[in-house]
Design a protein around this ligand. Structure first.
Ligand code: AMP
Length: 307
């Protein structure tokens, strides 16, 4: 089933305790599309880049079945640029630079051939732009998943709350859930955030896994314990791409199936952090994915002994 992905396609410069990169490919939608392409070949991208963006990466996406008809390339303009530096714990980072460039006045144009999409993934962007995308779709998708960040909670809370009323699933991290709800307990935060609109809430806790809430139902998926986390950039987006990619492949949006989707999302994220930027995802093989899913299965499998 077709999946529409909207978000940033960008240049990033990253510094971690393991090293430092110059400008490399990044952007929320890049990670989402690469992750989702492992599940469905019917993926469509809406984003904007400048003339400076490498054609090779666009070709990589196309070779993985991602339609780039909705990728605007702005002549004479520069792509979005973000730079971040991770602390020693790799769980926290400082944003060093955000140059909006082409994202400053991004008008998300939806090609006619994208109108049939049944799944919509709104990557981290201005809440107004996320809203515009939903409004421009003639038929509401079967499932709308949205990602956002603390930045929008601080500078565009009213717009964000309007957008939240229009989506089915929200993915945020634990710190953002606390900020948005004003509750320290994630269980209380989940109740408050669901009252804002999304029927499902996914709270990402980095190396401590992810929680899925819907009404009284809760599910927890661990993150894979890795010897080395090289670069966590894009892990949340990769998680979201695996999650919605799996749902789009199976066509089943029940809570039960979302549990499996979260495991697939976590498996994809575990690859993302192994190399800088998108490199690991671009070169990922199908058999590697399958064996990692098996590792996940063993990670949580146990016998129920009667006591
Ligand atoms: P994550 O590590 O999951 O938070 O995602 C990091 C990616 O988000 C990077 O590749 C950045 O290019 C992108 N990014 C950072 N800030 C923004 C922003 N304000 N709007 C859109 N994308 C962003």
């Amino acid at each position: 089933m077709s999946l529409l992905i909207v978000g940033s396609v960008a240049f990033d410069a990253i510094e971690t305790p393991f090293g430092k990169t110059d400008k490399i490919i990044g952007g929320a939608a890049s990670y989402i599309a690469l992750a989702a392409s492992n599940f469905t070949q019917n993926t469509k991208l809406v984003a904007v880049v400048g003339e400076d963006f490498p054609q090779e990466f666009i070709a990589d996406l196309q070779s993985k079945g991602v339609s780039t008809e909705g990728l605007q390339i702005k002549k004479g303009e520069k792509s979005f640029f973000w730079s971040g530096k991770y602390h020693t714990d790799m769980n926290t980072r400082d944003t060093l630079v955000t140059e909006l460039n082409v994202l400053a006045d991004f008008d998300p144009i939806i090609p006619e051939s994208y109108q049939d999409c049944e799944y919509l993934m709104l990557g981290n962007l201005t809440p107004k732009v996320q809203q515009t995308v939903i409004q421009r779709l003639k038929k509401r998708p079967k499932l709308i998943v949205m990602d956002t960040m603390n930045f929008w909670m601080e500078i565009a809370l009213d717009d964000l709350k309007e957008t939240l009323k229009m989506v089915d699933v929200l993915t945020i991290n634990d710190e953002e859930a606390r900020l948005l709800s004003g509750e320290y307990s994630l269980v209380k935060a989940a109740v408050k955030i669901q009252e804002m609109g999304p029927k499902y809430l996914i709270i990402k806790k980095g190396e401590n896994g992810a929680l899925l809430f819907s009404g009284k139902d809760v599910f927890f998926a661990p993150a894979l314990p890795l010897e080395e986390v090289f670069d966590p950039t894009g892990a949340g987006d990769t998680f979201a791409g695996g999650f919605i990619g799996y749902l789009a492949k199976t066509g089943d949006i029940s809570f039960e199936n979302m549990k499996t989707a979260i495991i697939y999302g976590s498996a994809m994220a575990s690859f993302c952090v192994e190399k800088f930027g998108t490199e690991r995802l671009v070169n990922l093989k199908a058999d590697e994915m399958q064996s990692r899913i098996n590792v996940f299965r063993n990670l949580v499998k146990f016998n129920m002994a009667s006591v």
